[in-house]
Design a protein around this ligand. Structure first.
Ligand code: S3P
Length: 260
């Protein structure tokens, strides 16, 4: 055997070790999840993740291939997140609720921690139409926008394990709720009119609040919509005075309880 053949053989053995190590690592991830579930522990532990990252950084500090190895670890970590997400949710997570209830913030966080695909409906519609939401309302009217929402939602039902952040009006059409439930569990985020006002008072991208950005109007519109939101929801989460992490933990707990 010449040297080249020998190196190739060594490389193949190295790959075998990596495969075994990765398979072992993934099964440990599953054990950690099962342990957390058995003892009712929070699934998301950002402090622990930071600790793990710090350990890795230290270990690689003087390594010649630090950057390349860090790169591989980023992939490994993403895969772990995906394993967790697939184990926890075999469906789409659909977030509904009033403007400013926190749908975008929560879906952003969830999609990062579980490496799940995220569709922000308003953003997707706006990109496809190449127009802001207020411009779509002003140019074509609300009905046109609502039809775009229904079409997009229908299209999204072909996939699974995705986070869908709905615009505040999506759950008001019965037909949309039927679509959401085909492959998804529906999470309603709520907040008091005062909290909502604090969150949306400086925003200009909500045509429905353009001339009515005040607590009274928000309370009135919210009350009009309440029944429909509640009827669509599989789980409800109040967001007032809670951190993003607390809301996400509550969401995970409530969704997993649905399957018990
Ligand atoms: C709407 C909510 C908005 C956007 C549009 C209409 C509504 O989305 O879809 O302005 O009817 O409540 P956000 O809830 O993300 O603000």
């Amino acid at each position: 055997m010449n040297d080249l053949e020998m190196y190739r053989e060594q490389l193949a053995l190295c790959d075998d070790k990596i495969i075994d190590a990765l398979a072992e690592r993934n099964s440990i991830i599953e054990k950690i999840m099962a342990y957390k579930e058995t003892y009712g522990m929070p699934i998301l532990q950002p402090a622990q993740e930071e600790k793990q990252q710090k350990r890795l950084d230290e270990k690689l500090e003087n390594n010649k291939y630090r950057e390349e190895i860090q790169n591989v670890f980023r992939s490994i970590q993403k895969n772990s997140k995906r394993i967790q997400a697939r184990k926890l949710f075999s469906y789409n997570i659909v977030l509904i609720g009033f403007m400013g209830a926190g749908k975008s913030t929560i879906s952003d966080y969830l999609s990062t921690v579980f490496d799940m695909k995220l569709v922000e409906m308003d953003q997707e519609i706006s990109e496809r139409e190449q127009m802001s939401i207020p411009d779509i309302f002003a140019t074509y009217g609300e009905e046109y926008f609502r039809n775009l929402e229904t079409n997009l939602l229908r299209e999204l039902q072909t996939g699974k394990n995705c986070i869908i952040s709905c615009g505040g009006g999506v759950a008001l059409r019965e037909q949309n709720v039927v679509e959401m439930k085909k492959n998804g569990r529906v999470v309603l985020l709520t907040a008091s009119p005062e909290t909502i006002y604090e969150r949306v008072k400086d925003s200009n991208d909500r045509p429905l609040l353009k001339d009515n950005n005040n607590v009274e109007y928000i309370a009135e519109l919210m009350e009009k919509r309440r029944e429909k939101y509640e009827a669509a929801a599989d789980v409800v989460i109040r967001t007032d005075n809670k951190t993003v992490l607390q809301i996400c933990e509550e969401l995970i707990t409530k969704l997993t309880e649905l399957d018990k």
